[in-house]
Design a protein around this ligand. Sequence first.
Ligand code: GN1
Ligand code: MG
Length: 356
Amino acid sequence: MEITAEQIIGAFSIQGNLVSIKANNQGHINSTFISAFEENGKKKKYTHQRINSTVFPHPDEVMSNIVSVTEHIRKKTENLPEAERRVLRVIKAKDGKPFTIDGNGMYWRTYLFVDGVDTYDRVPNADISYSLGKGIGNFQSQLSDFDSTTLFTVIPHFHDMGMRFSQLRNAMKINHENRMSLVQKELEFLFDNEERGKRIWDSFENGTLPMRVTHNDTKINNVLFSKETGEALCVIDLDTIMPGTILFDTGDMIRTACSTADEDEKETEKMEFSIPFYKALYEGYMESAGSFLTEKEKEGIKESGRTITQIMAVRFLTDYLQGDTYYKIAYPDHNLVRARTQIALMQSMDRQWKEY
Ligand code: GN1
Ligand code: MG
């Protein structure tokens, strides 16, 4: 059944007249478009997103998590400057729910669009690294008194390295288009690091690392920066919020904020781990998160960057071997490129390990 953008928009409680609709192609998982409304001469924009129900089988639980977490953060930020930019605002549907279901059974949600911010796919300088670290630390700190057991686990075992390796082993059997012949070196490196990669998940499971609210996708382009002050104001893409260890979040922030190339840079030699960016990131992060972290959490930060980079390598390679069924790709080898670039980043960390 063909669904129009106007039909989706019409299901939500939005004041004013619709003036434009624009597609947005960011992110590997969900589909997004942006609308603009005019009310009394004022323009407001909205983000409408279809939640990928293959990846998130219970979109209602995703939205329930997002509503409770954003409301919690809003209470803590509503008196700060740029308050409207500090946390996403969920727009309810006309029936009061935080989503609408279209004629094909697909879930859609709407947020107020956050304007006047900068975003980055890659860190341009150490100041932005510092700011990112501080922003992620703030986010965790705002949620440090939130009872994580009240959240739904929307994707079980999301950062469970052991589970990711079993998925890789299954994908090796699928061996789509005989792709195994192209990835022997990559597999060898990843399997050599399998046991080390499992340490953080194991420490989380056995209770050495405390359970907290985690975002699980704290890559740099999921953070909005103030155009005025450069401050990291808001963490977006809240789909994977669930209970976890904060090291999942420090890890993805390190992976994306201390690298010299994009996640899918084809020339892997351009991908290096940047110690100056790491130092700035760490400093910013500790300023806002240092006070509530346990010693075990602090000790795990450095390793978390390597572990989350590894888990991404495993996941991209898995998707490549199973025939690109999970991530959106722009060309046939896209997942292979992503996997190789993650491995290059790990190897660059290893070469410099004693220096940071
Ligand atoms: C996916 O959809 P997007 O781009 O926000 C993925 C993350 C990966 C990321 C890699 C639910 O996020 O885990 O880190 O791609 N999200 C899910 O860029 O699998
Ligand atoms: Mg995401």
